[in-house]
Design a protein around this ligand. Structure first.
Ligand code: 2HA
Ligand code: ZN
Length: 268
């Protein structure tokens, strides 16, 4: 028995997470247990699920997050591998319920798989998204090789330098990642400081680059969040390939960028 049985909406949502987990592994962005995914699945929750008993003790989130009271999330499990989650999402992740104190959660299905070590970042982000009335439901943290490589150079950590460079490599990048790439200076993984810094940048960006670590992206669903990371990383790859061929790529001109920003009705 699984919580996904006879719940096509919920099964589809978790199926999308599994599909993306497979892509992250195939791309080499998810070594060992690297990366994590959480999805707000509250819209798929019925009375039978609300009545389901917990299969864990209540556990502290580490912060109080009033907007996610009573919400449900699918979370990748801590120490679990994306490549395993791709095949067995309910053995390598679980469904949690946020308790009424907004400071604890409990696992309700299918197995007592402890959620990701980045749970405070993820839940704080979901709390922030709900608070601003966003329809974004998914957050993805992963270690895309070329974007992380860029983050090792001070020049690319200056505000919007990487965004402009990546947008100029191929027109689609700005079209499909119109808000660009926010930059978060290095912070200890799993820390509240990292969560707070990420939330601040998500006011202006859907994808943020954690210096010397990875990216954190949000969007309406997990596939859309993955796509934004993928187009940015594709641009980083093109840039690096050009450099490897021995030249600094010209990039699209300011005029070409302006033309396509207008034609695609994108934010400046
Ligand atoms: O979950 O990537 O940042 C493993 C990580 C933590
Ligand atoms: Zn990480």
């Amino acid at each position: 028995m699984s919580i996904l049985d006879n719940r096509p909406g919920l099964a589809h949502e978790v199926g999308q997470v599994a599909e993306v987990a497979g892509y992250l592994w195939q791309k080499g962005w998810a070594e060992r247990n690297g990366g994590n995914i959480t999805v707000n699945i509250t819209e798929h929750i019925d009375d039978a699920i609300r009545a389901m008993p917990a299969i864990s003790e209540p556990k502290p989130i580490g912060m109080t997050l009033p907007n996610i009271k009573g919400c449900y999330f699918y979370c990748k499990g801590t120490n679990k591998r994306m490549r395993d989650l791709a095949r067995w999402p309910m053995d390598n992740g679980s469904v949690i319920r946020i308790l009424d104190d907004c400071a604890h959660y409990e696992i309700i299905a299918d197995k007592p798989v402890a959620p990701t070590s980045e749970l405070p970042s993820h839940l704080a982000v979901h709390n922030y998204l709900i608070g601003k009335g966003s329809n974004y439901k998914a957050s993805v943290h992963t270690h895309p090789i070329e974007l992380v490589a860029l983050s090792h150079c001070k020049k690319y950590l200056e505000k919007d330098v990487a965004s402009r460079l990546l947008w100029s490599m191929i027109p689609e990048t700005k079209a499909f990642c119109p808000r660009g790439l926010g930059i978060i200076p290095y912070k200890l993984p799993s820390s509240n400081e990292l969560a707070e810094a990420t939330i601040k940048e998500l006011g202006d960006y859907d994808v943020t680059l954690w210096e010397k670590h990875g990216v954190f992206a949000v969007d309406t669903d997990v596939m859309a969040a993955f796509d934004q990371i993928d187009v940015l990383n594709k641009s980083a790859l093109i840039y690096i390939q050009a450099r490897n061929m021995g030249f600094e790529p010209d990039g699209m001109s300011d005029e070409q960028m302006r033309e396509m920003t207008v034609a695609f009705n994108l934010p400046k």
